[in-house]
Every structure is written in C-alpha cells, then in structure tokens.
Design a protein around this ligand. Structure first.
Ligand SMILES: [Zn+2]
Length: 493
C-alpha cells in the first residue's frame, strides 16, 4: 500500500505548515508519480524532535503498518517530517527494508533497499537534527517549556507587542475513521495580532520620544519598574526599544530582506507617520543615548539654572549631609525634594489654566495624510513599473531611467518628511488637557519623569538662587526659585 504521512510543523518564519497543505501537496506528488494513495496518516504535535516523547499516534500507526510489511511507498514533504533524531531513524530503517520514500523536495526518491537511499535519508535527517540543535542552543529549554504551556506556537522569538493566544486549531477526526478537519482547542500564539498591554506601552514610548523625552530616560524607567521583556527576563536597552519601534512590523508591514512586501499584514501598533518620525529621530546622531549612569532622576537636574553664575549653566543633584541637593560647582545649594515639590505645584497650576491650549499639539488641517499615503503608494508602483520597462527594453537609456526614478525618490522623501511631521506631539498632551488642578496633578504624577522634564523645558526657565548667609537650609520658595514662563508671561509664582 501507499501511505501519505503528514506532521504539523512550524518553519523558521513562524508560519505554520498545516497537515492539510501537506496532504494537498503530497497528493499532487502522488498523481505525478502515478501512485494511488491507500491511507493518509497525520500527527499534530509541534516538533518531531522531542526525546522520549510518545504522543505521535500517527507515527506509531505507520510503524505498525511497516512492521506488517504492508507499505511500499511513503510520501512525506521532507524527511524531517519523519525524524529529526538520527537514533529514531536507525530504529526505523530495519522496519522498512524495501520502502521507497518520496518527498516534495528536489531530492530523488529515497529507495531504502539501496545503501545510497539509506545514506541520503540519514544525511537529510542529520541536517534537520543539526538545525534543531542550533535552535536549541539559542533558546534552550525555555522554548520547550513555553511550547508545553501553550504560550508559544511559532519559531523564533516572540516580537514584542505581538502574539495573542488563540484557542483553535484544526486536526484529524480519527474517531470517525475519516479525514475530516475538526476545530480543537489547542492554544497557540497568533503573531499577527497585538497584545493590548504591550501595545499601550509601545504607544507611550512613541509619544514620549516624539515629544522629546530621551531614549535613556525611557529605558531607565522600564528597568526601574521591572517591566518584563518579550522573553520575560533580561534588561531593556536603547537598542531593543529602538528595534521595536522602528521595525516596519510595528505599523503593520511584513518585510522580506528588509523590504516591505505587504502592508496591513499585522495589527498596526503605531501609525506609519509615527514610525517614520521615529526612524528620522534615530538616524540623527544627536539623539544617541547617554551612558546609563547619567540618566536624570530628578525633575530639574541639568535643567534648573544656577542663579549665582547666571550664565545659563545648569545645576545637578548630589548628596550633601545625607540629602539630595541641587548644586553647581559647590554653590547654589538647595534641597532637591523641596525645589521639585514647589516647581511641580507651580507647573500644575499653570497647566490647569485655560490659556495652556496654545501649547498643545495643534491640529494640522492643511495636511491630508490619507492622500499623501496614497500618493506614496502610487509613486512606489510607478518606480517598480519603470524598472520593469527598463528590463523589457522599453526604456533604453539609463539616464532616462535615473531621471525618472530620481524624481520619484525625491518626492517620496518629501512625503515621508511631511507625514513624519504630523506625528509630532507636545509633552503636554495627556497631562495639561486633563482638566482642573486636581486632574492635572493626578496626570502629572502618573506621567514618566522624562515627560515631566520635557514639560518643564517647554513651559518655563527655572533659576535657583543661593541660600542667604546664616539661613542655610531654610527653604523660602519665592526667594529660592525664580520661574520665568516661556510664553512671555511675567510670573514667578
Ligand atoms: Zn553657578
């Protein structure tokens, strides 16, 4: 008899090659080779390489058919569907002395009656085993455990922000004695769908970065709060965050070799405008992250000015007699907690005033993002068409081609810049627009320090004066802190 054997697999891109697809391809192969199929056997486990694992009922059925000497031709898409463990193959070979194994790969039929056939099958299994071992080196037992717990369904590392557990998969209905597809409750992660908690976090990074908060501030905040990474352990780095927010996937595109091949392939967590704006930010070397130790932990460190020097130099925080103080070269000593508390209350009161509206992100009625995006798609298609025309010989001069693509590239760059500009946000968004003093105060407390510092920079210039002789340590806010509003209004609280 002739048998098709299918086993569910996930390839390295995480795409799942279902047993139904395998069967379809193998039936086509059988037709080509002139074989009639007597039985289709399928296993639904995720990996053939599980030492000691017994739950491959289909494989056991195949072995019993082989033991009975019934199978003449076996069809699998690849030898790795049968075995990844060479030891398993060695116990399989004696059961199949005359078997012919057909695959959809470019390789010829493995005729196990010949030593060449056995050798070739061993080589293919060894390759599959090596690949498994390499993968295992990297992700190790954690992946096995995750797969067992059903939190991981594909290959590779789960992209941060993505992977929603779904509870449905199709399998064979063996009870009914026919090969009907039935939905069964097997959890696996759908990597095209975004996770709300992580998506919200990614959106907050984008808002903060686009409103001027530094990357190191964001990373320090994540590590301080102990936010888990996609692997659940390890620390956040600027590189990780940058890779996440500038990956085309984050605005829904799927890519191959760095080129976008399909828009809308995934849930978009950020808009295309936001992603382009963030891309711009990170190609600008001025935005490189400073060393981890220098990440500010106080509202005004590096922002409040020294009132003695009065030359624009700013103060930093240092411990003095056990408490943190703002200082500048040994003078300007003011309690950091007291100054920050006072400045905060003044800023909150300022933000609760109605005229704060002029600082909020203005609407951009002049920019039609939808038509810009359409225009960009049209241009991309035209650029492709030019390339095809050149290849076909319809355009013969390379200068003609370069002129055409040059114009298109310039216009695309301009559109990207316009779109990126629409993504700009004010650090006040989400805080200053909250309502009365109480609501603004609450939103301020919930905002990350990086955003608070950008609000401070945007709204005011704060200068610290020296404590008067003999009254060291006494904090009189109106003497100690001079606040000048940036909108030209004259007030020091
Ligand atoms: Zn000074």
């Amino acid at each position: 008899m002739n048998v098709i054997y299918c086993r569910l697999s996930s390839d390295r891109t995480g795409a799942r090659v279902g047993v139904d697809t395998q069967e379809k391809n193998l039936r086509r192969l059988a037709a080509k080779d002139g074989l009639s199929i007597d039985e289709v056997i399928a296993d639904d486990d995720l990996s053939a390489y599980r030492p000691g694992r017994k739950d491959r009922p289909g494989y056991l059925r195949l072995l019993s058919l082989l033991k009975a000497g019934k199978v003449k031709h076996l069809l699998v898409v690849h030898p790795d569907r049968l075995h990844r463990d060479p030891a398993e193959l060695e116990s399989f070979l004696p059961l199949a002395p005359r078997l012919r194994v057909h695959t959809t790969m470019a390789a010829p039929v493995y005729d196990l009656a010949t030593s060449w056939g056995k050798h070739a099958l061993r080589a293919a299994t060894n390759d599959a085993n090596l690949e498994t071992a390499h993968k295992g080196d990297r992700v190790g037992d954690a992946r096995e455990r995750q797969a067992e717990e059903g939190v991981f369904g594909g290959g590779g590392r789960r992209p941060y922000g993505y992977g929603v557990e779904v509870m449905e998969r199709r399998t064979w209905d063996r009870e009914a004695g026919e090969y009907r597809m039935l939905p069964v409750a097997v959890p696996y992660l759908d990597m095209a769908r975004s996770r709300p908690d992580e998506a919200a976090l990614i959106q907050s990074w984008a808002r903060q970065l686009l409103s001027g908060v530094s990357m190191c501030q964001i990373v320090a905040d994540l590590n301080r709060r102990g936010v888990p990474t996609s692997t659940g352990n390890g620390r956040w780095t600027a590189r990780t965050v940058q890779q996440i927010i500038t990956n085309p996937r984050i605005s829904g595109h799927s890519t191959r070799h760095g080129e976008i091949v399909k828009a809308g392939a995934y849930d978009a967590i950020l808009t295309e405008e936001q992603r382009l704006a963030l891309n711009d930010r990170f190609t600008d070397p001025a935005h490189r992250c400073s060393p981890p130790g220098s990440v500010p932990r106080w509202l005004g460190s590096g922002i409040y000015r020294c009132g003695i020097c009065d030359d624009g130099d700013t103060t930093k925080v240092r411990r003095c007699n056990g408490r943190p103080v703002y200082h500048h070269g040994g003078h300007c000593v003011r309690s950091a907690a007291e100054v920050d508390g006072f400045v905060t209350s003044v800023l909150v009161a300022r933000m609760a005033r109605a005229d704060i509206a002029e600082f909020l992100t203005p609407d951009r009625p002049g920019v039609d993002t939808a038509s810009l995006r359409d225009e960009k798609l049209t241009l991309l298609a035209r650029r492709d068409a030019l390339g095809v025309a050149f290849a076909k010989g319809e355009i013969t001069s390379t200068r003609q081609l370069a002129a055409g693509t040059g114009y298109i590239d310039a216009r695309i760059t301009a559109i990207d810049a316009e779109l990126a500009a629409t993504a700009a946000v004010s650090p006040l968004d989400g805080v200053a627009d909250s309502g009365d003093v109480a609501a603004v105060g609450k939103a301020w407390s919930a905002a990350p320090l990086g955003q608070q510092r950008e609000i401070l920079r945007l709204l005011a210039t704060v200068t610290l004066t020296a404590p008067p002789q003999g009254r060291y340590g006494v904090f009189e806010p109106l003497e100690a802190v001079i606040i000048e509003w940036r909108d030209g209004g004259d007030s020091d609280a």
